[in-house]
Write a protein that binds this ligand. Structure first.
Ligand code: CMP
Length: 143
């Protein structure tokens, strides 16, 4: 079993797409292990996306991610990291496959509706950024 961090970004929350995206997540077979709505500060967005610091899109990305509420979730499924990336589609909504969330709900490469971890190490960092172990405990165990 694998876990990944998913974010429903401020563009999608603001356009009242949260419920639809949650339904797609559950219909695709993911178990929602943890979920919270957050309004990130600029500093918190910069910390989350620290690997992108220095890239030309970093200022716009962190401004956008702190511009309104987002929903952060831990999704669990076998192969969750790859499966969630597949359901989201390519980063740029105009290049994302038909039927993917970003194709359907994203409007630009910056405002692309959802985020997902890209590897197990990233998932561990990103889950830990938003959730404490106690929030992830299930049936008396962690993991
Ligand atoms: P995300 O999966 O959240 O990871 C980093 C984000 O940076 C990415 O989705 C995009 O929304 C955003 N971004 C903005 N501009 C670019 C760009 N030119 N290339 C890659 N990512 C970009």
């Amino acid at each position: 079993m694998e876990s990944t961090l998913a974010i429903i970004k401020p563009d999608a929350v603001g356009r009242r797409l949260t419920g639809r995206i949650l339904a797609r997540i559950e219909e695709a077979g993911f178990q929602i292990r943890a979920m919270r709505m957050v309004q990130l500060t600029r500093d918190e967005a910069e910390g989350f996306y620290a690997v992108h610091r220095g890239k030309p899109f970093f200022p716009g990305l962190t401004e956008f991610m702190s511009s309104g509420p987002a929903v952060v979730l831990v999704l669990e499924a076998p192969g969750a990291i790859g499966r969630w990336r597949e359901l989201m589609g390519a980063t740029d909504p105009s290049k994302a496959a038909e039927g993917t969330l970003r194709r359907e709900y994203g409007t630009s490469i910056g405002e692309n509706a959802t985020h997902g971890s890209d590897a197990p190490e990233t998932a561990a960092f990103e889950i830990g950024y938003f959730f404490r172990g106690v929030e992830l405990a299930r049936a008396g165990r962690l993991g």
